[in-house]
Every structure is written in C-alpha cells, then in structure tokens.
Design a protein around this ligand. Structure first.
Ligand SMILES: NC(=O)C1=CN([C@@H]2O[C@H](COP(=O)(O)OP(=O)(O)OC[C@H]3O[C@@H](n4cnc5c(N)ncnc54)[C@H](OP(=O)(O)O)[C@@H]3O)[C@@H](O)[C@H]2O)C=CC1
Ligand SMILES: O=C(O)[C@@H]1CCC=N1
Length: 272
C-alpha cells in the first residue's frame, strides 16, 4: 500500500482546512511541521505558525514541497486556485484531495491535468476532534491512493466510500448535517430555559442527552424508533411532546432542509 510520510499542503485554510489540520495532528497522522497551510490573508494564520505549522500565501510554492494537496477553498474560489498551482504540479507525485462541494474529480482533472490522481472527501468540522463522518469518492484514482485517503480520514473519524454521484447528498447529510444537529441541541436548550433551567445548565443537559442518543444508536446498533419506543410511556409526556413536534413539522422540516442543502451543494461551482 502507498504510504505518505511526507508533506501535506492544505490550500485554503479556513474553517474546514484548519479543522482538518488540527485533527491530523491530534491523531498523530502528521506533525505540524509536515502540514503547510495557505490562505490569501496569511496574517490570520500566525497562531498556527506559532504551533509549528508551515504557513504561506504562496500556493504554488507549497505544492512544490508537498505529496498530498488538499483543495479546501470555496467552490467559487477553486478555478483561480487551480490556475495558480498548475505550473507547480508533478502528476507522478501529487495526490489531490478536494473537499469542495459540488466539484467533480473530472472538473479538477480538466484544470490540473488528465493524469491527476483526484479523490473527493466530504468531512465535517468534528474532524478537529477525530469525530468526523467523512464520505470519500473517486472516479479514476488508483486503489492504493484510495486506501491511503481512507487510512488518513479513518484517523480522524468514520469513513464511508460512496459513488461520486452521491457526494452532494453526503455534503447535505454529513457536512451540513452537523449544523442541523447543533441547531437541534440549541433549540432543546432554549426549551430547557423556558421550563426553568439556567442557560448554561440547560445547554449541558441538552448536549449530554444528544450524545447519549447518538451513542445508544452506535453502541446498540439499533434503529431510532426502537429506542424512542422505550422512552414513550403510554399516555405519557414523551409521546405528547413528540407528537406536538411532528404536528409542527419536525421530521418534515429536517427532511426538506437536507433536500434543499443537497440541491444547493450541487450548484455552488461554475465550470470555466
Ligand atoms: N465548513 C465546513 O464544515 C465544510 C466545508 N467544506 C468545503 O470546504 C471548502 C471550504 O469551506 P469553508 O472552510 O467553510 O470556507 P472558508 O471560507 O472558511 O475557507 C476557505 C478559505 O480559503 C481561503 N482562500 C480563498 N482563496 C484562496 C486562494 N486562492 N489561495 C489560498 N487560500 C484561499 C480563504 O482565506 P483568504 O480569504 O484569506 O484567502 C478561506 O480561509 C468549501 O469548498 C466547502 O464546500 C466541506 C466540508 C465541510
Ligand atoms: O455550507 C457549505 O456550503 C459548506 C459545505 C458543507 C458544509 N459547509
């Protein structure tokens, strides 16, 4: 299996780029000195320089020193970035991992070269603490590159390999999804304040309750409704609250939001 013991360039070190860098270091996949971080406003990266990361505003220079190149700018910023790095690419050496929503491996090869090894990854921000749900896909990258990308993302969470045509769906469910669950926790804590708790204790209670719900499903490998059935005592308060939420569109709004996010994720990139 191909092993990358070399340098990783994260081009576009914003929210997800920095989360990835933090996660890879926390997981001991790489040392800070092996990870180069770029952005145009490079001053914003000085806290990371202090932690030992290489920081730069020069994408092409960083690519020249890297084995793995992570494309982590917005879809709307990607064409310009790829134009910048094209002269520095060594197609025999570089593995490209794109986390950009709605940009296909073929779109990236069209810009970087037909022989480019391109894998798409869709992590979420929990990658910073090793708890990402990351979906990965490729159309043409070799099995050994896919194995290495799997190994890399398995150090920072769970990995599922999917067909590339499902990547926008994965964006909505997993990458956007973490925000949906966070909003759910926030809403629960606001309910907790209305019924008598201080905000800090309500939030702590809501967070631990959400964690318990997720862990029940992970550890018992059961279906949510099986676990819900154990909570809803006949004529009880849980079913009363749950049905009131459903009358107000709880499941429906989550489903509709996920569908809209998936639609939007597929429309963020414009080919040039
Ligand atoms: N946020 C998330 O949870 C997730 C995001 N994604 C995807 O990751 C990508 C980034 O999203 P996100 O992190 O939220 O966005 P951010 O805006 O936080 O990060 C993008 C970064 O790219 C930098 N940038 C822009 N142009 C260049 C350039 N030419 N060279 C170097 N750096 C550049 C920007 O900094 P500056 O302006 O200083 O250059 C910015 O810090 C998107 O494609 C998104 O779809 C995927 C999964 C999850
Ligand atoms: O909101 C966005 O467009 C990005 C993609 C997935 C998460 N954040």
């Amino acid at each position: 299996m191909k092993q990358f013991n070399g340098n990783i360039a994260i081009l576009g070190s914003g929210n997800i780029g920095i989360s990835l860098a933090k996660g890879l270091v926390k997981a001991n996949y790489a040392k800070p000195g092996q990870i180069s971080l770029t952005r145009r406003n490079v001053d914003h990266l000085s806290p990371f320089a202090e932690q030992g990361f290489v920081v730069s505003g020069d994408n092409a220079a960083v690519v020249a020193t890297a084995d793995v190149v992570v494309l982590a700018v917005l879809p709307q910023q990607l064409n310009q970035l790829m134009d910048q790095i094209r002269p520095a690419i060594d197609l025999k050496k570089h593995l490209f991992i794109s986390v950009a929503s709605g940009v296909s491996c073929a779109d990236i090869r069209n810009k970087l070269g037909a022989e480019a090894q391109v894998v798409r990854a869709m992590p979420n921000t929990a990658i910073a603490i090793g708890q990402s749900m990351t979906c990965i896909a490729t159309d043409q990258a070799s099995a050994e590159y896919m194995e290495e990308v799997t190994r890399m993302f398995e150090t920072v969470g769970a990995v599922v390999k999917i067909n590339e045509d499902l990547m926008t769906a994965a964006t909505a469910l997993c990458a956007c999804g973490i925000a949906f669950f966070l909003r759910g926790i926030r809403a629960a804590s606001q309910g907790g304040v209305e019924i008598g708790f201080h905000a800090d204790e309500a939030l702590k209670m809501a967070v631990q309750t959400a964690k318990g719900a997720a862990d029940l499903l992970l550890q018992m490998q059961s279906h949510p409704e099986q676990e819900i059935d154990k909570v809803t005592s006949p004529k009880g308060c849980t079913i009363a609250g749950l049905n009131e939420m459903e009358h107000n569109g709880f499941s429906s709004s989550l489903i509709k939001g996920i569908k809209l996010s998936a639609q939007k994720a597929g429309a963020l990139y414009t080919k040039e």
